[in-house]
Design a protein around this ligand. Structure first.
Ligand code: C5P
Length: 403
């Protein structure tokens, strides 16, 4: 039910296919969308605003300089108060105006003013569609991110000529509109992400290990949120007691070295979010057998050695993902330390949180973070870890959608 509750601005331009726009409006409304029509002067030669308004159950906008309409809605708001702009039928003339940024009537002005996705269903004589000028315009519009449905092959209403030029059928236009709206909901479709989460367990002997209080809640929630936005996610998780998030490929590991290997195996990818609380040190040589307590013998000391820094390795890798995000669990000078970490680790974003014991963040359900990047610092309010994850995934998606 992608169309349910969606607001569609339908631009009808002048062509005989405009008669199909009435059916298209019905089909869109049947699926729960609301349709606000704009008609060009040409469109009104084929169907009347009265018919369109009756089927759409909305006011039909026709005039850029209408005093009432401008006071009531205004062409800029008209162009933006919608989820999708659909042009059906789109004439060669309207495509040419769009490709060149002309705005001499309400339809072309709305198209220049909109910041919404635009889907075009062209309809014209096959020779007009095949003309080099139209080819150039369509190519320009595609590069501008405009989506097309049709035209189809078939006999033309007026001339009987055959070839590409018939407007797509209303149900095909509806399906294309659904696909465009769906891809808007999944801005990370086609992107690959690797996320680390949880603690690592560094063995002392077969039964003992060094661990930390990380629950994996934040990392798992981020993996789930990225997947919801369409990313193909590999979650490399240390030992946790929470379930695997749905729709995510999970690699379970124990030690930092295993975590690093699993992360490197997930490259190349577009996004890395390193949330795991990786142990900084491991026991230099873990015992093969359980270390026994013998009365009277001295207490063993643990010789530690440094673990690989996974974030730093990824941040400086030849296959470095386009976006590398790290976390910084600090107990003091949170922002200053996070800024240093941004540089040292080769990260684009550091999400810093104060994990002083009194905050209860480590292992808890909520998080209060600062998001630090080369563009500046944002303080986010105290949020559930799932909400932090959704916001972070949206911020990541934004980075991929802006040129
Ligand atoms: O240096 P620090 O441990 O504070 O850095 C935290 C960030 O680095 C986190 O994103 C964490 O997942 C990552 N990290 C890592 N490998 C390590 C240590 C930290 O990936 N060995």
């Amino acid at each position: 039910m992608v169309l349910s509750g969606k607001r569609i601005l339908l631009i009808i331009s002048g062509g005989i296919a405009a008669y199909k726009s009435l059916d298209l409006i019905r089909r869109l409304r049947e699926r729960g969308a609301s349709v606000r029509p704009i008609m060009t002067a040409g469109a009104q030669q084929f169907i009347t605003p009265l018919a369109v308004g009756a089927v759409a159950a909305d006011h039909v906008f026709t005039d850029l300089f209408s005093r009432e309409d401008e006071q009531d809605v205004g062409h800029i708001r008209l162009a933006r108060d919608c989820d999708l702009v659909l042009i059906a039928p789109a004439t060669a003339d309207l495509l040419a105006k769009m490709a060149n940024g002309l705005a001499d009537d309400l339809a072309s002005t709305a198209l220049l003013a909109t910041d919404r996705p635009v889907l075009v269903a062209p309809a014209m004589n096959p020779k007009m569609w095949a003309h080099p000028a139209t080819r150039r315009n369509v190519e320009t519009l595609r590069k501008d991110g405009i989506r097309f449905v049709g035209p189809m092959a078939g006999e033309m209403a007026e001339s009987g000529e055959a070839g590409l030029g018939r407007m797509a059928e209303p149900l095909d236009i509806v399906a294309a509109a659904e696909a465009v709206l769906d891809s808007g909901l999944k801005p990370l479709l086609g992107r690959k992400a690797v996320v680390t989460s949880g603690p690592t367990h560094e063995p002392i002997d077969p039964v003992r290990y060094i661990a930390n209080r990380s629950s994996g809640r934040q990392g798992h929630a981020i993996a789930a949120a990225l997947s919801t936005l369409g990313a193909e996610v590999t979650l490399v998780s240390g030992p946790v007691s929470i379930p695997d998030p749905p729709g995510v490929a999970v690699v379970h590991v124990e030690r930092a070295e295993e975590m690093r290997d699993a992360v490197l195996a997930a490259l190349p990818c577009d996004i890395a979010v390193m949330v795991a609380a990786v142990a900084d040190w491991r026991v230099a040589s873990a015992a093969d057998q359980k270390i026994k307590k013998h009365p009277g013998e001295s207490i063993p000391t643990l010789a530690l050695t440094e673990n690989p820094d996974i974030l730093k390795t990824v941040g400086h890798h030849s296959l470095r993902p386009k976006l590398v995000v790290g976390f910084a669990a600090e107990t003091q000078d949170v922002e200053a330390n996070a800024k240093l970490k941004l540089e040292r680790k080769g990260a684009d974003i550091i999400v810093a949180n104060d994990v002083s014991a009194e905050t209860g963040i480590m292992g808890g359900a909520r998080n209060s973070v600062k998001v630090i990047s080369h563009e500046g610092t944002e303080q986010w309010p105290d949020l559930a870890k799932e909400e932090v994850a959704v916001r972070l995934a949206a911020l990541i998606a934004d980075r991929f959608s802006s040129p």
